[in-house]
Design a binder for this molecule. Structure first.
Ligand SMILES: Cc1cc2nc3c(=O)[nH]c(=O)nc-3n(C[C@H](O)[C@H](O)[C@H](O)COP(=O)(O)OP(=O)(O)OC[C@H]3O[C@@H](n4cnc5c(N)ncnc54)[C@H](O)[C@@H]3O)c2cc1C
Length: 400
């Protein structure tokens, strides 16, 4: 039994009932009884019991790693598709450099594939001090099993203290498998990463409870500290061709490269809609736009600026704009040079999708709208008055 109550010690004080977040403990005949269908073995009850009446048996997965000091360096997974490293890797490298500075360590990229010479160099120019490379025909394209096996081997051998991965389709599939195999934790979909400089620990921030709060998660007892980050949350690190780095090639062979699945074909998706994820300028509208027709006004402004139109979930839910334009926690994460928020209040679920934009301009009639707290420029005005004036003026300026 992984958890049990020692009845002789239980005094019926009910503290465990109160601390159990899963409502799994009830009092019967003044003794605590645990409902194993509800209990998740989270461990909240055992330390709360002053009488040591709850015994929680730690599984291997639950036993903290004792040799944390041996884990060094921040690693990123350099996702490649068709032999080209994806922008998410450069975004992770930029953040990893900041984290490594605070952790007083170095940054490494892990690159798997086949014939990747130019990409290795680019990773160094973009911020990697070391690149761990495994080049094999079997790794040319992503496959769950060999990629997981190879990275697990590398982690076991080199022991990084943090491992970051893009929250892409590939990244999500890969890192969860790695986490299970090495028995580490994983914080998915982080919107920010920082370091507790005193404890030298990774602070992993992500929306929780339906996006109503931002939770900062730590992993004090397990290594590596693992997190995924969505595309466009962090800016790409610039390329510095003077940077030098070390290339560590691992020659792995045999069953480690085997896969029960095989890749038949890669079919490129044909995008029929505008990809706001790639736009440098986004003009986004919210509930304040009031009708779908009024989005034409934003399209004109976006056209004058050479940008794309985004929308809040309220606007999308109202059917004013298609979902592919939605910015935010359940929409796209964008990182344009300029983001103009029109009639958007600035709820946290919207902000997590656009807060890393370089310049944020907010137009809202309510001077207390939360969007103004993160805006670089704020215009307190009626959108229906200000946007036509702005568009006209921009067209005039652009003509000159
Ligand atoms: C789990 C979850 C996930 C979510 N995911 C997302 C997400 O991905 N993206 C997202 O956007 N939201 C998301 N939401 C919803 C989010 O909480 C907000 O409800 C939503 O962002 C509000 O949209 P809004 O700012 O357009 O509307 P409102 O909050 O209603 O704001 C409208 C704003 O327009 C202003 N306004 C009105 N008329 C004018 C005018 N004439 N001129 C100028 N200003 C005017 C008002 O002052 C107000 O500030 C999510 C919520 C949950 C619970």
């Amino acid at each position: 039994m992984p958890i049990q109550v020692i009845f002789e010690k239980c005094t019926g004080c009910t503290v465990c009932v109160k601390v159990c977040p899963f409502d799994a403990i009830r009092m019967m005949d003044k003794k605590a009884v645990i409902n194993l269908d509800k209990c998740t073995l989270c461990g909240a009850c055992a330390p709360a019991c002053k009488f040591k009446a709850i015994l929680l048996e730690k599984s291997e997965a639950g036993s903290p790693k004792s040799d944390l000091r041996h884990y060094k360096g921040v690693w990123i997974f350099a996702e490649q598709r068709k032999g080209k490293v994806q922008p998410i890797a450069f975004e992770l490298l930029g953040k990893a450099r900041e984290l490594a500075r605070d952790l007083e360590t170095d940054v490494s990229a892990v690159l798997l594939g086949d014939r990747l010479e130019e990409e290795i160099q680019e990773l160094i120019w973009r911020g990697a001090d070391k690149v761990y490379v495994v080049e094999k025909r079997e790794l040319a394209n992503y496959l769950d099993e060999p990629y997981t096996n190879v990275i697990v081997e590398l982690i076991k051998k080199y022991k990084p203290e943090a491992f970051l991965c893009g929250a892409t389709t590939i990244g999500r599939s890969l890192i969860s498998r790695i986490a299970i195999k090495i028995k580490a934790g994983l914080t998915a979909d982080c919107t920010d990463l920082a370091v507790d400089k005193e404890k030298k620990m990774l602070l992993q921030t992500r929306p929780a409870f339906g996006g109503n709060i931002m939770a900062t998660i730590i992993c004090p007892a397990y290594r590596p500290q693992m997190a995924t980050v969505r595309h466009k949350v962090f800016p790409e690190s610039p390329s510095d061709m003077k940077r030098k780095g070390k290339v560590i090639r691992e020659n792995l062979d045999g069953p480690i490269l085997e896969s029960r699945t095989s890749l038949l074909d890669i079919i490129d998706e044909i995008e029929s809609t505008v990809n706001i994820g790639d736009a440098d300028i986004i003009v986004a509208g919210g509930r304040g736009m009031k009708t779908p027709e009024n989005f034409k006004m934003l399209e004109d402004l976006a056209k004058a600026l050479g940008g794309a139109v985004g929308a809040s979930r309220a606007a999308v839910d109202s059917g004013w704009m298609p979902y592919s334009h939605q910015v935010g926690q359940t929409g796209k994460t964008v990182c344009p040079k300029i983001y103009i928020a029109c009639g958007i209040s600035g709820q946290i679920q919207h902000l997590v999708g656009m807060q890393s934009a370089k310049t944020i301009i907010a137009i809202n009639s309510d001077p207390y709208a939360p969007i103004f707290k993160i805006a670089n420029y704020g215009i307190v005005a009626d959108i229906f008055e200000i946007i036509p004036i702005l568009t006209r003026r921009l067209k005039e300026v652009c003509k000159k």
